[in-house]
Design a protein around this ligand. Structure first.
Ligand code: GLY
Length: 571
């Protein structure tokens, strides 16, 4: 296999770099970039080394991917409270070693007292911060229901066995990274404002400090002893509901008691000889990546050099069209009829690309299915697991914003989500990320808010090939697509594909964003000359992809995103 040379390298940039690219070879992928962790049997890749290690330890003790899910998810709640959670929700897609696939939805739900205009004042205007900060911002959490449902159906160990190392970790403590300390410092005043001066994260925490969370250890110990009902019907539920109400929220004990995770059929579609398995609504991820892959397939994206204008244009134009549909049609399938088959049909996708040309950018206003757009937060987390039996799971979980609503339940040791902001509070009015929402995603009691989380598993030639996902709000979808294409069409290894710079377009606003300092000015000028509007300032990093690739030898290569403290571990 020859790695395709990037557009910039074709432009003759830095002979030394070109030399180094071709002088280091890799046995498994022959790809010139960085190689990730290689393992023979099993691997866990997550946002924190401790969480990856605990997940792997559970597998080494005879557990499988579903046992490791429970351990990893809870270890992230301890060591990565930025997004790891008990007070949030998520989605998991699985592929068993025998090829059976499925998925579970443990997305948060609107409380029973929620209603369409709950974030509007008497003049119909959005009340600032009500859906983003404090108790009113939270949906009913789904995480404990999700991990218990998955583990009880497919796992091999007991929750008590799985949770013990996590309880030990919360008691023993973990070392705070400098990235974490910076974020905690930035939000310290907000934690105090929302929770009072004595709140746990109101104290000064520095990089290198060991942080113990004994109250979370106690909550986990009760859950380990009493099972998922401890969280939804037991002492924990009582404390949680009372706490939320004391802070002006509306989540009740009966909202918690009524919460159920839901098994859903995943979205499964082909791309050339790949079979891609991803999350169905209420995540938009699976439908939207199915549309993007379906639109680019006939146009052979792999014929263009990596990050050439043609590569970028083709993907951007498919994204533009897919996101226009996404924003108009998608919501909670238990509340809204979603024409999934029609949206992903080959003929339809072909017709969507009829207006595409390499000569100039399509205008989003010419594509629009409605005058609406959306966004979710960037602060989610993803982990990928392959166990020693060959079962694979792909899990994306979130509190929505960084540390969710910033409401920390001090009696229980975890943050609550601000997932209610993922609903459209008012059609046409921007949410906390400056974007606007759709009717299909309006608020109703018991409804799940639309998500972009895209936990995905890919088969090649009928065998497990890749497990992939990322945080990044609306950029999740385009990051997952690019990571798969980087390996499949541009011959990269897993780590290299994860590290490669990313770009993003989501129909509205009609802007292409590029990660900072990663794309050449000649490329940008070329795109501008064709009418593309480029986001020039404040470009954020896009996603933190954690993925696993099955190499031709059967070994596993991890891709842990250096944009975070992410870590792949395997054996
Ligand atoms: N809250 C981020 C998402 O669900 O996409």
């Amino acid at each position: 296999m020859n790695h395709k040379i990037t557009y910039f390298k074709l432009l003759g940039l830095t002979a030394g770099l070109v030399f180094s690219l071709f002088s280091c070879t890799k046995k498994e992928t022959e790809s010139p970039g960085n190689q990730g962790e290689i393992a023979d049997k099993a691997m866990v890749v997550s946002a924190r080394e401790e969480a990856s290690k605990i997940g792997l330890e559970i597998i080494q003790r005879g557990g499988n991917a579903f046992d490791a899910m429970m351990a990893t998810e809870m270890a992230l709640a301890v060591t990565y409270p930025f997004a790891g959670n008990l007070g949030g929700g998520g989605f998991m897609v699985y592929r068993m070693a025998d090829g059976t696939v499925g998925s579970i939805d443990y997305r948060e739900k609107a409380p029973s007292a929620a209603y369409r205009d709950m974030y509007l004042d008497e003049n119909g205007e959005i009340i600032p911060e009500l859906s983003t900060k404090g108790a009113m911002a939270s949906g009913v959490p789904g995480t404990i229901a999700g991990i218990f449902e998955a583990q009880s159906k497919f796992g091999k160990l007991t929750p008590a066995e799985i949770l013990q190392p996590v309880i030990d970790l919360a008691e023993r403590g973990f070392v705070v990274s400098s990235r974490q300390a910076e974020r905690l410092l930035k939000l310290r005043e907000t934690f105090i404002e929302v929770n009072g001066p004595e709140t746990f994260f109101g104290k000064e925490i520095k990089g290198g400090d060991t942080l113990k969370i004994p109250v979370l250890a106690a909550t986990l110990r009760r859950i380990a002893a009493n099972g998922r009902d401890e969280f939804y019907k037991g002492e924990t539920a009582k404390i949680l509901a009372a706490h939320m109400q004391s802070k002006g929220g509306i989540i009740t004990e009966s909202d918690l008691a009524d919460y159920e995770a839901v098994w859903r059929d995943p979205i499964v579609f082909p791309y050339k000889d790949l079979k891609i398995i991803s999350m169905a609504p209420p995540s938009s991820g699976g439908v939207t990546i199915a549309q993007i892959f379906g639109m680019i397939e006939p146009l052979s994206i792999g014929q263009y050099p990596f990050h050439s204008p043609e590569h970028i244009q083709l993907l951007v134009e498919a994204e533009r069209r897919a996101y226009a549909d996404r924003n108009f049609f998608l919501g909670d399938p238990d509340f809204v009829d979603i024409p999934v088959a029609e949206l992903t049909a080959g003929e339809y996708l072909k017709s969507r690309m009829e207006s595409f040309t390499m000569e100039k950018a399509t205008k989003s206003e010419d594509i629009a299915a409605g005058e609406i757009a959306f966004a979710e937060s960037m602060e989610t987390t993803h982990y990928s697991i392959v166990d020693a039996e060959g079962n694979a799971i792909s899990v994306t979980t979130t509190l929505n914003g960084a540390y969710g609503s910033k409401l920390f339940v001090d009696e229980l040791g975890f943050f609550m989500n601000n997932e209610m902001d993922d609903f459209s509070s008012k059609a046409g009015v921007p949410n906390m990320f400056g974007l606007i929402g759709a009717e299909a995603n309006s608020i109703a009691a018991g409804k799940r808010m639309l998500s972009s989380m895209t936990p995905t598993i890919v088969e090649k030639d009928g065998k497990l090939w890749m497990v992939v996902g990322t945080p990044g709000g609306s950029t999740i979808i385009t990051s997952v697509v690019q990571t798969i294409l980087n390996v499949y069409e541009f011959n990269m290894g897993m780590q290299e594909a994860v590290e490669a710079p990313r770009f993003h377009h989501q129909w509205l606003p009609d802007l292409v964003s590029f990660e900072p300092n990663s794309f050449d000015s000649v490329l940008i000028s070329n795109l501008k000359s064709k009418g593309y509007q480029i986001m020039e300032n404040n470009n954020p990093i896009i996603g933190k992809v954690d993925a696993i690739l099955v190499l031709p030898s059967g070994k596993l290569e991890g891709g842990a995103d250096p944009r975070g403290d992410d870590k792949a571990v395997g054996y």
